[in-house]
Design a protein around this ligand. Structure first.
Ligand code: XBP
Ligand code: MG
Length: 252
């Protein structure tokens, strides 16, 4: 089957959003609310085991703050904290503070020109995706993606495959005609669980994750003047990821 569609994760894959956006936004929301919760970079790396911001906050309290006494309105408080966090994240993204990773804009531009269909499958809040695309990829670039599948649209977040199934169903494509792009173990459990051949670009938080079963693991997508490094998987003998690379990987 020929390659027809590319499905992208957002956080850690299109941009280093966890480091540059989500963690600082959580901390700002906690400080605004007068809470003594603070997530340093090392703790945040552990908290990333749980996807979804609301789910992550509850996990933090359950696993790391036995001293915290939950009030009857705890769930509502988490929802409100998450709204505040989303506002902070959006402000960071709207100021252009969260750049796209190497090769992302080049590859998306080339893929569009080649007629490949594009979609997003992420656990983050939809608003975070649109603000990030608008300010870091460029004005109007949300329209490059046929489907933006995000957040609570499916109840079971990654590592469940549901968000990928949702995106493929909306597009009317089968897994065999797609490639997925991911950066983390939870992400590949979702994409592989949906039957998708997966290309991984790692980041500082996910370097030591288990990427068994994926087609290739790279440092990043690379640029003509800044080749990517291959960490595992298929050696296609090309210095950066372009559409020819993707077609070869899909066919391999
Ligand atoms: C991303 C997530 C998200 C973000 C925070 O995982 O787990 O929860 O960290 O976003 P993936 P929200 O890259 O696998 O999709 O606070 O909006 O949930
Ligand atoms: Mg990710």
């Amino acid at each position: 089957m020929t390659l027809n569609a590319l499905l992208f994760d957002v956080d850690g894959t299109l941009a280093d959003t966890e480091r540059d956006g989500h963690r600082p936004a959580f901390n700002q929301a906690f400080a605004d609310a007068g809470l003594d919760w603070h997530w340093d970079a090392a703790l945040y790396g552990k908290l990333l085991a749980v996807t979804g911001g609301k789910e992550r906050m509850k996990h933090y309290i359950d696993q790391y703050r036995p001293d915290y006494v939950k009030t009857a309105d705890f769930d509502e408080m988490v929802v409100n904290l998450h709204k505040a966090k989303t506002r902070h994240y959006s402000a960071l993204a709207a100021n252009g503070g969260i750049p796209m990773r190497p090769g992302v804009k080049r590859l998306l531009t080339e893929a569009r020109a080649a007629g490949l269909r594009l979609a997003i499958a992420t656990t983050t809040t939809p608003e975070n995706v649109t603000v990030l695309l608008e300010h870091s990829l460029g004005p109007g670039t949300q329209d490059w993606f046929e489907v933006i599948a995000a957040g609570d649209i499916v109840p079971a977040k990654k590592p469940a495959p549901d968000i990928y199934f949702y995106a493929m169903e909306k597009m009317g494509v089968s897994a065999a005609e797609c490639l997925a792009f991911e950066d983390s173990e939870n992400g590949i459990r979702a994409s592989l669980g949906a039957g998708l051949k997966t290309l991984v670009t790692v980041n500082d938080y996910t370097l030591d994750h288990d990427f068994s079963g994926t087609a290739v693991v790279l440092s990043d997508l690379g640029e003509p003047d800044a080749p990517c490094r291959r960490l595992a998987g298929a050696d296609l003998g090309r210095p950066f990821v372009d559409v020819a690379y993707l077609r070869a990987l899909h066919a391999a």
